[in-house]
Write a protein that binds this ligand. Structure first.
Ligand code: NDP
Ligand code: 8X3
Length: 265
């Protein structure tokens, strides 16, 4: 019998590419997102695939539970949970950021991911089989200006994933945290509240990762032998690197001081 993957955030970007990738491999799909039209479009494109689409906001814990309880029998044994739904909102410094944006990121990237995990994990443990794949980010590892709460939510995903591995060590349930860098999707359009010009500038002159690159990695981590757990995958495009520590020197810092941020150690 074919395997079943539940993908949150399947209406765009990484999630949609993963749905298409796993459909090609003959998996059954449960696809989740808030935009019904996008779910319908994807279901239409994957008409040959056994597929169950659910319009759902992952922040709604009761509806997450109800969704799992209402799964059709053929979709009840979930082999892979891909906790992908998430977003960044804003790039302002912490003193200027919108607290509503912060709350949305925490509710989606942390609490939504926890709701799905807590609801689906007991079945995996009972069957002694399954795989939780979380979508972290390099923003959960490395700091950058304006990442404040977004990076914080992805640092949560990183440590939560490792703690899940600790909890599940006596089972055959696997846990993987994927941590991508710059990747082109609707991510920046969402981050800049629909400002496409500003979003385009993020990728200008770069060759970013694509959603298909991420789908390839997600598929790969599921395809290794069952006794192998890929704990985490950190992936950037070749054109991206890590900045040195930033040091700000004041104008009046004495002879030889520079009137700008000095990035030398
Ligand atoms: P997209 O904006 O293209 O896709 C985000 C997906 O999340 C959409 O399908 C959206 O669906 C869904 N989503 C958002 N909020 C909710 C919610 N409350 N309930 C249900 N679904 C929701 O971005 P990406 O594909 O790039 O992002 C996917 C994940 O990858 C995110 O967790 C992001 O943080 C992470 N990531 C992205 C990187 C990048 O550079 N693009 C790099 C590293 C990590 P809908 O609006 O229909 O609900
Ligand atoms: C998305 C990657 O660098 O924009 O998580 O934070 S980044």
């Amino acid at each position: 019998m074919s395997k079943t993957i539940l993908i949150t955030g399947a209406t765009s970007g990484f999630g949609r590419a993963c749905a298409e990738r796993f459909a090609r491999e003959g998996w059954r799909l449960i696809i989740i997102g808030r935009r019904q039209k996008r779910l319908d479009e994807l279901a239409g494109r994957l008409a040959a695939t056994p597929l169950h689409a659910v319009r759902l906001d992952v922040r709604d814990r009761d509806r997450v539970r109800a969704m799992v309880r209402a799964l059709p029998p053929a979709f009840r044994q979930i082999d892979v949970l891909l906790n992908n739904a998430g977003l960044a909102l804003g790039l302002e410094g912490a003193h200027e950021a919108d607290p509503d944006d912060w709350e949305t990121m925490i509710d989606t990237n942390i609490k939504g991911l926890c709701h799905l995990t807590r609801t689906i994990l007991p079945g995996m443990v009972e069957r002694d089989r399954g795989h939780i794949i979380n979508m972290g980010s390099v923003a959960g590892i490395y700091p950058y200006p304006g990442a404040n709460v977004y990076g914080g939510t992805k640092a949560f995903v990183r440590q939560f994933s490792r703690n899940l591995i600790a909890d599940l060590v006596a089972t055959r349930v696997r846990v993987t945290n994927i941590e991508p860098g710059l990747a082109e999707s609707e991510f920046s359009i969402v981050r800049f509240h629909g400002d496409r010009t500003r979003a385009d500038q993020v990728y200008q002159g770069t060759e970013p990762l694509t959603p298909d690159d991420i789908a390839e990695i997600v598929h790969w981590v599921t395809s290794v032998p069952p006794h192998v757990n890929i704990n985490s995958v950190e992936v950037m495009p070749v054109c991206q690197g890590c900045a040195p520590f930033a040091i700000h020197r004041r104008r009046d810092a004495g002879p030889g001081s520079r009137d700008r941020d000095d990035q030398s150690p």
